[in-house]
Design a protein. Structure first.
Length: 261
């Protein structure tokens, strides 16, 4: 289904927001929070979800075409920002999906307030340690190595590396600077988050790619142990973006989880 692009102002920050869905009363809202690589646009899995849900796919403050507001200092600020977005749009019964950095934001939001949430889905999420260890240091990793770890399919990694050579660098530099400011020290986790994950009281799905070399499945297992009743699904032949590499399997797992099949 076609999507629209809006530029609402929330908490004093103007952001880019992609929206799609049936636009009819009763369609449940779904909010998708992107990862550290930035907003990838209206992906195929969002298009399929928009047949059942009213989908909101915002670009985080500090990323891409969204403002970088003076108040943005840490991941917790984005958690409060998205609580404000949910309130500003009058949403309830929200299915919240966050991937990678967006999964961290979603988890931080959920430990603060789940009143507007119907479910939480974390996909390859950072934010906590696994067996006392952080994720690999992506800032010390060559781009080719990062992509090798990102994708299960080596051909996808090669194509993406070629695409990066043809892309503009200004937005990528902005995204990387924001990630470094918010998430690098300590590296991609909040030492206090793990002790509060027990507060999450909505159904929670954890989806990981079996071949995710950036945030390996043991981080999903760490989340599973800490969130009451959480369910972990590990998809074979998938890397850090299973909604892209294994779209149909990802959608099947998510739709079964929310009872929308």
């Amino acid at each position: 289904m076609p999507c629209t692009t809006e530029f609402p102002t929330i908490a004093g920050a103007r952001i880019r927001l992609l929206r799609g869905g049936p636009g009819k009363p009763g369609a449940p809202p779904l909010v998708f929070l992107h990862g550290a690589g930035g907003h990838t646009g209206w992906m195929a899995f969002l298009d399929e979800l928009s047949e059942r849900f009213e989908v909101f796919a915002p670009e985080h403050p500090g990323f891409g075409q969204s403002d970088d507001p003076a108040w943005l200092d840490e991941i917790g600020d984005l958690a409060f920002f998205y609580l404000d977005l949910i309130r500003q749009f009058g949403l309830s019964g929200v299915h919240l999906i966050g991937t990678s950095l967006g999964g961290w934001i979603a988890a931080e939001l959920a430990v603060r307030n789940t009143a507007a949430l119907a479910s939480l889905t974390l996909v390859g999420a950072v934010g906590i340690l696994a067996d006392g260890r952080p994720i690999p240091d992506i800032f010390r990793m060559p781009v080719a190595e990062n992509l090798r770890r990102f994708y299960a399919d080596p051909e996808r990694a090669r194509r993406r590396l070629a695409d990066l050579g043809n892309a503009g660098t200004s937005l990528a530099a902005k995204n990387q600077a924001t990630v470094a400011r918010l998430a690098y020290r300590p590296r991609f986790h909040n030492p206090s988050l793990a002790k509060w994950l027990h507060r999450i009281d909505v159904p929670t799905l954890l989806v990981w790619g079996e071949k995710d070399g950036l945030v390996p499945p043991e981080f999903g297992e760490a989340y599973r142990r800490l969130i009451p009743g959480a369910r972990l699904v590990v998809l074979p032949e998938a890397g850090h973006a299973p909604f892209d590499e294994r779209r149909e399997a990802f959608l099947a797992a998510f739709l079964e989880f929310v009872g929308a099949r």
